[in-house]
Design a protein around this ligand. Sequence first.
Ligand code: NAD
Length: 473
Amino acid sequence: MTTNAKMTINGKDVDTANHLTVTNPANGDLLGTAPDAGMAELDAAIAAARAAFPKWRATPYAERQAVVAKIGEVIGTNMEELCRSLTLEQGKPAEQAQFEIGGAAAWCGATAMLELPVFVLEDEPGHRIETHHVPIGVVGSISPWNFPLMLSVWKIAHAILAGNTMVLKPSPFTPLTVLRLGVLLRGVIPDGVLNIISGGDALGPMMTSHKGFDKISFTGSSATGRRVMESAAPTLKRVTLELGGNDAAIVMPDVDVAQAAESVFWSAFTNSGQVCIATKRAYVHDSVYDSFKAAITEIAKNVPMGDGSKQGSALGPINNKPQYDRVKNLIADCETNGYPMTQGYQPEEKDGYFIPVTLVDNPPENSRIVQEEQFGPVLPLLRWSDEADVIARANNSEYGLGGTIWTNDYDAALRIAPQLETGSVWINEAMAAHPHAAFGGHKQSGLGSENGVDGLLEYTNPQTITVRRPVAT
Ligand code: NAD
């Protein structure tokens, strides 16, 4: 059964004359269509958000918190349907879809607990200075295809909690689950506060250059992020950019090799490597390199890859053809250069964008597979023996999103962590984003942050209010 999804503008169904088609990346089956919005629909969505803004910004903070918590409840209540839709259009296995949808629900609950701080900078009898944080206005949000619902919810929860209204656009590769969320939230969020539209390649640039937005919150690749910033500049829109990564895992000599190999495997290959904060380079100490390589290769051979809807699939396909071609091209470059490689479990499916887990054995530091973001199930294993050298190599990247350190030597880990030029460092865990912790990239991995109070403040303008009054003598 196919779905003909509709957009939500001002709390109502909106369709378009033209449509995008959405297919299942595991087998190419047609899943449905989504509206292909143009300027008319974008104008209508912005007008709805603009009209809803005065009332929403004046809505007491506690009521906005209740609405954000309710969004989480609605996602939780509709978990089964949303998970099924996500697996079909994104490709991720059911268990990982549950992690994403369940995580999105929990994120709303935790975000709803955040308070907007008021900074009292002076509190004298005759003079008081306070800095408040007021909503920015109408936010345009653009999300990617790897975690379509979770990453959209990160934007929705913070933007509306801070008192903004918004227009959100999911990726054209995965619009269905997010458009469905828009339908489920009608009546939960006042009309016009959250508008969800879909469209092809032209819609993103239309949004970033549109005068009707006061801020753009973007998650996607660094290349697109640069275009977003450029396009937002003439109207001085605020921007938050969550971009690509090339995270290094540093495996120390003292690890339990079997345990470290298992942890690094999942840090690299969850969602078939299509995670911004996946391990994309594994630096393994020389003394454990060979045993680590043997252990991770064994895991790769045994973790089943297949159609995410089928029981037992632990890894799914690449989400879309352009990304499939990009990853294939990186593997071909390794082949051309003669880097040793091993492949893991071979999926039975012959159609679909499947690439078996591929491990590249100690390629040169300047190879494309080390320098570029693969965003797929291929991982270079790299030897190291000197601590200062491995830190320099980990930092030798235009990216600075996250990184991990695997060790039982906590002094060493805490010595290395602050030297890594990344927005997050996880020690003995990976991808451990938390709703109350700032998350963002250094260098070309982004600008600003999401989550926690820092993320909430990104959706506000500071406003300083001073009061001078006579002091009774
Ligand atoms: P992408 O940049 O191709 O697309 C992201 C979104 O931008 C999509 O909705 C797309 O339609 C839209 N878009 C495309 N061109 C645009 C333009 N010129 N102006 C405005 N919008 C435009 O990224 P992707 O392939 O969907 O996602 C993968 C990338 O996202 C990877 O680099 C990954 O690391 C990154 N990512 C980062 C984070 C993070 O939080 N830092 C999270 C997830 C993904």
